[in-house]
Design a protein around this ligand. Structure first.
Ligand SMILES: [Zn+2]
Length: 103
């Protein structure tokens, strides 16, 4: 006599140590377990993949920015080592050719 709505089988851990059962009604059955639209393992897998791809993209961008910064520091060290007073020389040159664009 179980005529109550079948619910998602996932236990949700949010704000309590023991957690509670997901309150949403089930939407799909996978391997004999009922899941709501949020906890459907296929949906969870897709969501995780999407967030991993996002993380990978962002981490690649962070790494490229960091590599660029390292090159800039190396370039600066090179200038300071080989061209003492290069800043003054640069200021002099840009005063002579103010319209020159930075590449
Ligand atoms: Zn659920």
């Amino acid at each position: 006599m179980s005529n109550e709505i079948k619910r998602c089988c996932k236990r949700v851990y949010a704000g309590s140590f023991t957690g509670h059962m997901c309150a949403l009604p089930y939407k799909v059955t996978r391997d004999g377990h009922d899941y709501c639209g949020i906890h459907d393992p296929e949906v969870v897998k897709k969501r995780r993949k999407k967030s991993e791809e996002k993380w990978d993209r962002e981490s690649k961008a962070r790494n490229e920015a960091w590599q660029r910064e390292k090159r800039a520091y190396r370039a600066l060290a090179y200038l300071e080592r080989n061209f003492p007073g290069w800043e003054a020389a640069d200021a002099l040159q840009s005063a002579e050719t103010p319209a020159k664009a930075i590449p």
